[in-house]
Write a protein that binds this ligand. Structure first.
Ligand SMILES: Nc1ncnc2c1ncn2[C@@H]1O[C@H](COP(=O)(O)OP(=O)(O)OP(=O)(O)O)[C@@H](O)[C@H]1O
Ligand SMILES: [Mg+2]
Length: 495
């Protein structure tokens, strides 16, 4: 028989009830509540303790001292709130509330294993329940990829570690993952096997005219400019297969030939301005524009973690690479699903670190458009998104609200908490209240990928070489030693 830890008191709804405890449980602990439709599983969401004799009405400390001297602590009570999660079998919600006096019992390991540790072909383990460390927590990969995932927390709380754990296990299942690695954190790790590192380069000849136009800042509402630009683009497509030279050079050469032609001076100045924009484009994106680079689709390796190394490029260039990759991936997957002719035969899971930079709330970026397209359409074409951010309030709320699954680690900042809550109806006030008290690596896990919301200690990924906190003092002292070595060589000792 399971241990009784309390009784339901007061008013209850089918979703929530208050209990008076005999033996106080822990926050986040799972309990069984006696119910006429059969025991239901619940989670302890709030705990409050008090004392009848030491109530709020006391205003004299001597009264407290006297009561304490009497040594009578029996009137101390602990009340708790339990959120009903559903019946033990399928977590279906009961249609009536538990009755006053109903027993609240400790949920056994067997029950919890049944709910949280579903081991099937499509599930992976990410950690263990905080309150029941013996219970592993598995997530359903199908739900995670098709309904997208957001990993949110303040800096250093364990987001990248969670990414590493998930990607490692998804790849072991045979999955294909793309990580946009803004700080070259993953490039030296192994994730489910050897990773495939992609250089942050893009070949303009694989870009669409609109994509290039945006990058070159040729404004579409200047119709004359757009007309000449598109002509040059078409011409370059033709020439690229026949003549040597880069795609942009072909465009420039064509436009220069027009400059010489007998055109009205107004048109000539439009052409000159496009050429200037192309020059500026080459300077701005020097390093990421490479006319010899292969198409990103052919550089992706199936059944592996593909890490796009963006650590050495600035945000603007990263935006170009990410948006281009997202667009190409979605388009190839669409072709595959609709016509069976795409070059990506397998579904993909796309991980965006620093998602608030790539898809910000109050600014337009190239990637933001494709992030929201994939957030809305990806499900049908097997393209999943994982948005990782330490600033939820700066992240595009539209994209965030499309992420049905969430792993929320420690968040202290109230505005960030509110944004996370707005994006997920499953995150109750009581769960939000727990966020500041989570330790590193501890998370609230929500959404379709788990049967019930869970407080989870995420596994520690064994080898993550970069990304951990730097030991600043050690690094400084190392520098000091190096300087001293250098000095030694300069000092001339009298013979
Ligand atoms: N689940 C965990 N268990 C134990 N330690 C952890 C766990 N997750 C993270 N850590 C520790 O915290 C450190 C920081 O974690 P991580 O790099 O994942 O944080 P982050 O949220 O990605 O930070 P940032 O916002 O700076 O990217 C890790 O190096 C590791 O030592
Ligand atoms: Mg990180």
């Amino acid at each position: 028989m399971a241990e009784v830890i309390g009784y339901i008191i007061g008013e209850a709804t089918p979703f929530e009830a208050t209990f008076l405890s005999i033996k106080p449980p822990k926050l986040g602990q799972y309990v069984l509540v006696e119910h006429e439709e059969g025991d239901v599983l619940g989670m302890v969401q709030a705990l409050i303790s008090g004392s009848v004799s030491l109530s709020m009405d006391i205003h004299d400390p001597r009264v407290v001292e006297r009561v304490k001297k009497l040594g009578d602590a029996r009137d101390i009570y602990v009340k708790g709130k339990v959120k009903v999660l559903g019946d033990i079998e399928n977590l279906n919600m009961p249609r009536s509330p538990p009755q006053p006096g109903a027993e609240v019992k400790v949920a056994s390991t067997e029950v919890l294993v049944k709910v949280f540790s579903h081991e099937g072909a499509s599930s992976v383990k990410i950690g263990n329940l905080i309150s029941h460390p013996e219970v592993p927590v598995h997530v359903d990969v199908n739900c995670m990829v098709t309904r997208h995932l957001a990993i949110l927390a303040m800096t250093g709380a364990g987001k990248s570690n969670a990414v590493a754990v998930i990607v490692d296990r998804v790849v072991r299942l045979g999955g294909t993952v793309v990580i946009f690695d803004m700080h070259s954190e993953y490039v030296k790790s192994r994730l489910g096997g050897p990773i495939n590192v992609l250089k942050a380069v893009v070949n303009p000849s694989f870009m669409t005219a609109s994509e290039l136009m945006q990058l070159m800042r040729v404004e579409a509402h200047y119709h004359v400019q757009e007309r000449y630009f598109r002509k040059a683009y078409k011409e370059a497509l033709k020439r690229a297969s026949m003549e040597p030279g880069s795609f942009v050079e072909h465009m420039e050469k064509y436009l220069e030939s027009l400059e010489d032609a007998k055109l009205p001076s107004r048109e000539r100045s439009v052409i000159a301005s496009i050429i200037n924009k192309m020059e500026a484009f080459k300077d701005r994106y020097e390093g990421v524009i490479d006319s010899t680079a292969e198409d990103v689709i052919s550089r992706l390796k199936p059944r592996a973690a593909n890490v796009v190394d963006l650590g050495h490029v600035d945000e603007e260039a990263a935006d170009v690479i990410v948006s281009h990759t997202l667009r190409r991936v979605l388009s190839e997957r669409k072709k595959q699903v609709l016509e069976g002719k795409g070059r990506l035969k397998q579904p993909l899971f796309m991980v965006l670190e620093e998602a608030h930079i790539l898809a910000p709330a109050y600014r337009e970026t190239l990637s933001k458009y494709w992030v929201s397209r994939i957030a809305r359409e990806g499900r049908k074409f097997g393209v999943g998104l994982c948005l990782v951010s330490q600033r939820p309030k700066a992240l595009d709320p539209d994209a965030l609200s499309q992420a049905n699954n969430m792993i929320v680690l420690r968040i202290v900042e109230p505005t960030d908490q509110r944004h996370v809550q707005q994006a997920s109806e499953a995150l109750s006030d009581d769960l939000i209240a727990q966020l500041p008290s989570l330790n590193v690596g501890e998370a609230v896990v929500l959404g379709m990928m788990v049967k019930a919301p869970a407080l989870v200690k995420i596994d520690l990924y064994p080898s993550k070489p970069v990304g951990g906190d730097i030991n600043v003092v050690e690094e400084w002292s190392r520098k000091l030693e190096e300087d001293l070595e250098e000095f030694k060589g300069l000092i001339e000792y009298p013979s």
